[in-house]
Ligand binder design. Sequence first.
Ligand code: PLP
Length: 403
Amino acid sequence: MENIDDKYFETKCVHSGIKEYEYGPVVPPIYQTSTFKFKSAGHGAALFAGEEKGYIYTRMGNPTVEAMEDSVAELEGGHKALGCGSGMAAVHTVFATLTQTGDHVVCSHAVYGPTTTLLNSVMKRYGVQTTFVDASNIDEVRDAVTSKTRVIYIETPGNPTLAISDIEAIAAIAHKNEASLVVDNTFMSPALQKPFEFGADIILHSMTKFLNGHADVIGGVIVVKDEETYREFRKTLNQLGGVIDPFNSFLVHRGIKTLALRMERHCESASIIAEYLVSHPAVEKVMFPGLPSHPQFELAKKQQKGPGGLISFELKGGCRAGQNMMNSIKLFQLAVSLGGVESLIQHPASMTHASMGKEVRTAAGITDGLVRLSIGIENVKDLMLDLEQGLEKVDKVRDVVVN
Ligand SMILES: *Cc1c(COP(=O)(O)O)cnc(C)c1O
């Protein structure tokens, strides 16, 4: 018999983070308040001194926010989590906590575009230098590390090429150099990948994507493994101020209840669509971790419980073909973002990764003809019919127009 306290993931999605509240609600109330009354002057002083547990001011902690944070921490197998106002607020808080002037970061090429931009602008101005590497190549990661490297930062599968990095091998490199391995786990969610099990030190998410799953919230989260690290991060977050509010926390916590179910459908439908695209004459190449043709297919099987809901593919007709397709598609929404119940289509070179510049994009393998799909939970037959009619209109003349 298994331990009754050791719940399965689906069960945790439904119950994690929820506590007892006044009047016995089964979901956490939205504590839409900026501040909390102290019972006495002594009580206020004790709360500020950290001698008593309780709430002071919503930037520093709020029961609705904490319920969501505890849920994510439990799903990731971490100690505690810190809710942030966006995924980028989480990324910034991580670098602001772990680095200072003179430090060095090793970052994967294949990360969210604005993460690259943050490292190349704000963090660079603060005197933190970054080396970008192909993190799916362990030797490149190892060679980039210097005595000043404090952080190795990866996203796996990477964005938008879906290249996979070996979390366990990179964690070993980081720890040998007393650096922290930070994993942006947005593309997988804890339903499909648990970076702590492979030695990661910090996990972050854009909760805007799969965790919330309904395209109606901007939010981020950082998950840590021990109390000391938590306090460091909480101090920085309190100072930077990039916190999430109670209402958005409530929505994310609600979204998480169906995370396991949604991820199952995302994986199943994306697998069917990836196979379909491979066989389509207008398609040059399909990048999807569930295909045996994916260069790290075996590694994906080792560290992921499923292929995920994202597919990138290249059309034989290049950029023009991609634009024609995006303009003729009907059910897929032409929009950036990902991980929601609705299917989306976008063009990284002119959209999400435009700010990186062509040179950086090319190094990261983001070609002008690359199209990215986020597969939603609609009936897969409707999605296939839509892709079919969109691909019929593709003009196969190669025409690169992106700068
Ligand atoms: C969207 C995204 C982010 C940034 O999150 P926001 O909520 O938009 O600030 C970071 N990492 C990945 C992988 C993302 O997809």
